[in-house]
Write a protein that binds this ligand. Structure first.
Ligand code: FAD
Length: 397
């Protein structure tokens, strides 16, 4: 880039702060504008960063800071609703095979680590700044207009504002909307002495899917995927009381193997509930000096645990493109070309995995029969996903 540029980054979730750090390293000033009024150190439940996501953090030297509160899962064990083990994926060799192990993390603590990493590099993070509109002047200046009436000015704008991205609505008003995948994801943290730390357990329960893993200190991270054909609104989900939802989960999982019910009963904190969505395809991710990254560009349903890792990869690749190519438009075009095929393949893979969680009796019968074969294939399908490596020093042409 010929002169120092200033990037406005919308969204201080996962992609936003990391893109800001990567841009700073590329010699581009960046400021992050986050809608929430304060930091998100206690938001959400937990997520699993796959080896490729951890490697993206390593590229910027951020992995250690993020890993401080995380722990790796050493295997994924799959069970039918009757408790029969259907398959297993070993994770103990990830470090050796991919250069990094997966990492289980509380989402709030991931946000905290990324925020602190950005602040350590003097990236300004502004809270309470909800993007309302974007305009571009005749002199090619980008102006972000926030709901509080304030504005920010820059040379380019990066929309890292997630699934329901306002940036996407502004730059691509006729783009496809996020599609509800028919599953509600919910989860929390419990305590159950019978659960040994180490492996993630995934249970294709009789009426709902259940996953859990204990961290070394005994706290159990768990989630349940509940099928519901009608898309719930965010307000509907928020209005369900925790005791009501817990009773529903206990009923849905009442015939599933131990210790599912004990884990649900042991949970006293509030239970998060989220509709699961994806955006299988957008015709383009950029327009003029504005570009989308992370879920804003390619929301991925959570069933193969890749959304956050892809957002981290995006942040690094976009900064490399802006560093190495002569114009913003060329950089955005190269970014889209380098990233789109990979993420679109993974969005489809995640949707297929989610569909297998639907508890129809006939589907379940076939699935339990075929899953051992799918799992064998799944392990080899994951190798190219996990082995994706970024090289910060590589020049993008
Ligand atoms: C239940 C669930 C479980 C998941 N589990 C996993 C998992 O195990 N592994 C995995 O890799 N992925 C998982 N994902 C997916 C992962 O959470 C997302 O892919 C990831 O958060 C995307 O990061 P992002 O930065 O693009 O968006 P986000 O993390 O959503 O961040 C977007 C930010 O933008 C802000 N924002 C929104 N609108 C505006 C606005 N108008 N102005 C300013 N700021 C705005 C938001 O407040 C938010 O902070 C899961 C998702 C869900 C829903």
């Amino acid at each position: 880039m010929s002169k120092t540029k200033k990037a406005l980054i919308i969204g201080g979730g996962i992609a936003g702060p990391v893109a800001a750090i990567a841009l700073k390293r590329a010699g581009i000033d960046a400021e992050v504008y986050e809608a929430r009024s304060e930091s998100m150190d206690h938001s959400g439940a937990f997520l699993n960063l796959a080896p490729n996501g951890v490697n993206a953090l390593k590229t910027l030297g951020l992995a250690e800071r993020v890993a401080a509160d995380g722990f790796p899962s050493n295997a994924m064990l799959f069970f039918s609703g009757s408790g029969k083990q259907l398959g297993q994926m070993d994770s103990t060799t990830e470090e050796q095979r991919y250069g990094a192990s997966n990492l289980m993390l509380k989402r709030g603590l991931l946000h905290k680590a990324l925020r602190e990493a950005a602040q350590a590099e003097n990236v300004p993070l502004h809270f309470g700044k909800r993007l309302a509109n974007v305009t571009v002047t005749a002199a090619h200046e980008v102006i972000a207009h926030f709901e509080d009436g304030s504005t920010a000015h820059g040379d380019l704008l990066i929309g890292g504002d997630g699934l329901h991205s306002r940036t996407r609505q502004i730059v691509l008003p006729s783009a496809p909307q996020p599609q509800y995948t028919g599953l509600i994801d919910c989860g929390g943290f419990g305590h159950c002495p019978s659960v040994a730390p180490g492996a993630q357990h995934m249970i294709f329960g009789k009426r709902a899917f259940f996953g859990y893993i204990a961290r070394p200190d005994g706290e159990v991270y768990w989630f349940s995927n509940v099928a519901q054909a009608k898309e719930p609104t965010r307000d509907e989900l928020r209005s369900i009381r925790d005791d009501e939802w817990k009773a529903r989960l206990l009923a849905l999982h009442k015939d599933d193997p131990a210790p599912v019910l004990d884990i649900i009963r042991s949970t006293n904190d509030s239970l998060g509930k989220w509709g699961t969505y994806d955006i299988p395809f957008l015709p383009t991710w950029h327009h003029g000096p504005i570009c989308l990254i992370g879920d804003a560009a390619h929301a991925t349903s959570p069933h193969i645990g890749q959304g956050a890792s892809l957002a981290l990869e995006d942040a690094v690749v976009l900064a490399q493109c802006l560093r190495d190519l002569p114009s913003v438009e060329q950089a955005f075009a190269a970014f889209e070309r380098l990233r789109k095929p990979r993420v679109e393949t993974l969005i489809k893979q995640a949707r297929r995995m989610g569909n297998r969680k639907t508890p129809h009796p006939l589907v379940a019968w076939f699935r339990d029969l075929l899953l051992p074969f799918f799992l064998k294939g799944g392990t080899s399908q994951l190798a190219p996903v996990y082995s994706y490596r970024l090289n910060w020093n590589e020049k993008i042409a």
